[in-house]
Design a protein around this ligand. Structure first.
Ligand code: R5P
Length: 308
């Protein structure tokens, strides 16, 4: 299904950063357009060069840039593209950031640390970005990104599409309990459950001791039940592995796992499969071998809601 936008709306220009050009193309297609002509390359000394070679004067520019694997490089690239669009007379410049890196450092956990998400938001603002669209952005201590980003912020969710995919493939049925592996994941479990009419959902509790060292606990009755786990991010896989152990220790059967953003670093997928965890699915905010659904439609709806 493609969206035909109102002819009276100011024109939308999609500018693709280099992180996820396929997704940018899909979003542009949803909006019945094509990505703008852009040149992005590196100087011999590794610095980035960008140039927008399409007319953006008076138009609403949306830069699509998912900040995974090379977050620092993609953030700088986005800032350069935004500044170029602003200087070329764009009516507004928004960053569509399907996977928003640095969102997890939303607190000074130890003295001497920065609140990284606030630093990145400020940098985006400084470069002329006044709209931000995220997908299931990590929200734990900072629930509302508007407290660190000046401008319009919209978060869209791919959880409903992931849950529908799981239903269509027999991994969730009316008897399934949808479970978040930690306290803040209750929001994802709720969205997933409600979107497919599941009544029973809940969340476990997690303590993090290090990058790959977590402890998951919970006091929920899953004996004899089918369980489906949902989370925003799978990074090292540690959280899901610990949660799955709790499911089997509690007498439940894990039917599958869905995350919005599948980073799967440090051979996480191998580790998950090795623990017997299968039916893992994710969206294309971070393209990977478990990607089953696209975020393009949700993102294009977010874009239209900013332009209106
Ligand atoms: C953090 O609380 C997130 O919601 C995820 O649970 C976390 O990022 C997963 O990380 P990992 O896969 O490394 O345990």
């Amino acid at each position: 299904m493609y969206i035909v936008y109102n002819l009276f709306m100011s024109e939308i220009v999609i500018v693709s950063g280099s992180s996820n050009t396929s997704l940018a193309f899909l979003v542009a297609k949803q909006l019945s357009t094509l990505p703008a002509k852009v040149e992005i390359r590196k100087f011999p000394d590794n610095e980035k060069y960008v140039r927008i070679d399409s007319d953006v004067n008076g138009k609403n520019v949306f830069i699509i840039q998912s900040t995974y694997f090379k977050p620092d490089e993609y953030i700088i690239e986005s800032a350069l593209l935004a500044s170029a669009a602003r200087d070329a007379g764009a009516a507004s410049v928004s960053l569509v950031v399907p996977y928003f890196a640095y969102a997890r450092q939303d607190e000074r956990f130890k003295p001497g640390e920065p609140i990284s998400v606030a630093v990145i938001a400020g940098l985006l603002n400084e470069s002329g970005i006044n709209g931000l669209i995220t997908v299931d952005v990590h929200r734990h201590r900072i629930l509302d990104l508007s407290s660190v980003f000046k401008g319009k912020w919209i978060n869209v969710s791919v959880m409903p599409d992931l849950a529908k995919y799981a239903v269509a493939n027999g991994l969730i049925d009316s008897e399934t309990v949808i479970m978040g592996p930690d306290g803040e994941a209750i929001q994802w479990a709720k969205i997933a459950a409600e979107s497919v009419g599941i009544k029973e959902y809940g969340a476990l509790q997690k303590k993090r001791f290090g990058d790959e060292d977590v402890e998951v606990r919970g006091d929920i009755n899953i004996k004899g039940k089918k369980v489906f786990i949902v989370d925003d991010i799978i990074s090292t896989g540690g959280t899901i592995i610990e949660a799955s152990k709790l499911v089997s220790d509690g007498g439940g059967t894990l039917k599958g796992v869905a995350c919005s953003h599948g980073l799967f670093v440090n051979e996480a997928l191998y580790k998950l499969y090795n623990e017997g965890i299968t039916n893992i699915m994710s969206s294309d905010t971070v393209p990977n071998q478990t990607t089953r659904i696209s975020s393009a439609e949700a993102l294009s709806k977010g874009i239209l809601s900013i332009v209106k």
